[in-house]
Design a protein around this ligand. Structure first.
Ligand code: 6PG
Length: 252
């Protein structure tokens, strides 16, 4: 890991959403500036966003002032961390949530949007299609994994991240970039990035809210064997943003 994990506690869910929006923009700007300093041309920023409820407010903030005007939308490619196996316009669809809260309100070119396609025949078909799209956009070393510039994660009550649930076979996937899984709330078949891809990212950002996450966050921060605790980007940074309810007794 690059440096020690960073852990910030915010007073409440609204402050957490503000901090998350600001941190996402900060990571994007820093990385693009670094690429410009190295005179790399045509380089884009690739970010994978989680679904669920917690990120909604931060995404809405990014879609409004001042972020909507200052965010470098054209330079950022948006990917999904995971998707529930429901039609794309279903209320439980993560793609729909990303579009409704953020992506349909900002001037991001449509070629920069990469969704897990739940209109295909099966989750396995969607896995293949998503991995193919990833391989075309994000080069990786032979038998290695693509390095997202940022992977944004939530944390489930029992410590899951992405759609990687405790004891799920998806957790043991050693070589795939994308895999199928089942579980969560709602309990559905899912398509998810693997732990290997998450741990290959240049930056991983957890955003965690609510007292029902306190135990999972404590285990995750302690590096225990819950999925969250296994997130440890090999060459990247690891940041936790939590509200006071989720942080519980844990001191930053
Ligand atoms: C999903 C997610 C998932 C999420 C956690 C936390 O599809 O459910 O992408 O990994 O981040 O379950 O979800 P909440 O924010 O809804 O608590």
């Amino acid at each position: 890991m690059k440096g020690e994990p960073v852990f910030h506690v915010l007073p409440d869910a609204e402050a957490l959403a503000r901090a998350a929006a600001g941190r996402i923009l900060g990571i994007v700007r820093e990385r693009l500036a670094d690429q410009a300093r190295k005179r790399k041309t045509g380089v884009k920023f690739h970010m994978a966003l989680s679904g669920g409820t917690t990120p909604r407010r931060a995404f809405e903030l990014l879609a409004g002032p001042p972020y909507a005007e200052i965010f470098p939308w054209e330079d950022v490619h948006f990917w999904q961390v995971d998707e529930r196996w429901v039609p794309p316009d279903h209320p439980e669809s993560n793609r729909r949530m990303l579009l409704d809260t953020l992506l349909s309100h900002v001037p991001v070119p449509s070629v920069n949007l990469h969704f897990i396609d739940t209109s295909l025949g099966s989750p396995a078909d969607a896995v293949r299609a998503y991995e193919t799209a990833l391989r075309a956009a994000l080069p990786a070393p032979k038998r290695g994994f693509p390095a997202f510039d940022l992977v944004h994660l939530g944390l489930g009550i029992e410590g899951h991240v992405a759609s990687l649930f405790p004891d799920s076979p998806a957790m043991d996937e050693a070589s795939a970039w994308v895999t199928t899984s089942t579980g969560g709330d709602p309990d559905l078949p899912r398509v998810t990035l693997t732990l290997s891809v998450i741990n290959a990212a240049a930056a991983v950002l957890f955003v965690v809210s609510g007292s029902d996450r306190a135990e999972a966050l404590e285990k995750t921060l302690a590096g225990e064997a819950v999925p969250g605790g296994l997130v440890s980007p090999e060459n990247g940074t690891l940041t936790f943003l939590a509200d006071e309810a989720a942080a519980g007794e844990v001191e930053p």
